[in-house]
Design a protein around this ligand. Structure first.
Ligand code: PAF
Length: 290
């Protein structure tokens, strides 16, 4: 497996693959791999001839008080894990390679998708994501790119950008991978103390509570959010950031869950800010199908 550090070399690598008619897959990541990343890579290996994983902690998508400096990094460990699942190359550029002196262009996706949830709580975050993903697409020129649904809003933002800017890449969303107790895999889980780790299971439990309510026919979005907040607030180590429900996939405000809806939560446990979500689906009224 190759580890490529510069843009020119990366472009040459894919150009060669494309010349020989190969389907190129890209798994963009910020590294410090877990099973969630490996699931993206495995899917890419199944569907593509050549798979590239980018490992780049993108400064542009972090706010000034966020964890850019302390974000976990271990390229050697990542390379060993990626090689094991059949990745062909890791693209791991330095900041100067991605944002050289004079860099002055960003890509921003409109507010209908970005003025809520993490877009609202982390100003500039999705402009940072859209910009780096555009650069990665232009450098690697993948036929397919793989993104995890734990960042459901990110997947929607990237799909919008790809459609609006006529980018020739197919976005493949991959389901959330969870620990055995339900905690969604995240590189930020390493920040959790053992007590916080135990407490963090409340995220998944609160999503399942909402799912059960909807299955029973309770479709009042405000009431479901209230119950989810109550469940999370009952956990003393949890500090609630947001609990919100929007229509899915267009992220419109709803007061009733009809069809598919995204319930998304963000909660802090000490210095770890964790996000999770579930797609709620209201049972269709039987009279609808007659
Ligand atoms: O989801 C991530 O890890 C990042 O937001 C991404 C897509 C790699 C862009 O930096």
């Amino acid at each position: 497996m190759r580890i490529i550090k510069n843009v020119k070399e990366m472009k040459e690598f894919t150009a060669r693959a494309k010349e020989s008619g190969k389907i190129v897959g890209l798994v963009p990541t910020m590294g410090y791999f877990h099973q969630g990343h490996l699931a993206l890579m495995e899917k890419a290996v199944q569907q593509c001839d050549v798979v590239i994983t980018s490992v780049y902690v993108n400064p542009l998508q972090f706010g000034p008080k966020e964890d850019f400096a302390s974000y976990p990094r271990d390229l050697q460990r990542d390379a060993a894990m990626a090689e094991e699942v059949g990745v062909d190359a890791i693209f791991s550029p330095a900041d100067g390679e991605m944002y050289p002196e004079g860099f002055d262009t960003t890509v921003s996706v409109g507010e209908s998708l970005t003025n809520k949830l993490c877009g609202l709580k982390r100003p500039g975050h999705f402009t940072g994501v859209a910009t780096v993903v555009t650069k990665l697409f232009n450098i690697v020129k993948p036929d397919k790119a793989y993104f995890g649904l734990k960042d459901a809003q990110q997947v929607l933002v990237i799909k919008r950008m790809v459609e609006d800017l006529n980018m020739d890449v197919e976005i493949i969303p991959v389901p959330i991978v969870r620990e055995s107790d339900g905690l969604a895999m995240s590189s930020r889980n390493v920040y959790l103390t053992s007590e916080q780790r135990k407490a963090a299971v409340v995220l998944y439990q609160s999503l399942k509570l909402a799912e059960q309510q909807v299955k029973k026919g309770h479709i009042d979005a405000v009431e479901i959010c209230r119950q989810v907040k109550e469940k999370i607030n009952n956990e003393p180590l949890a500090e609630l950031d947001y609990v919100e429900i929007y229509s899915y996939p267009d992220l419109k405000f709803i007061d009733k869950i009809e069809g598919r809806a995204l319930l998304a939560v963000a909660v802090k446990f000490g210095r770890a800010r964790l996000i999770d979500n579930i797609i709620l689906e209201a049972q269709k009224d039987v009279s609808d199908s007659i």
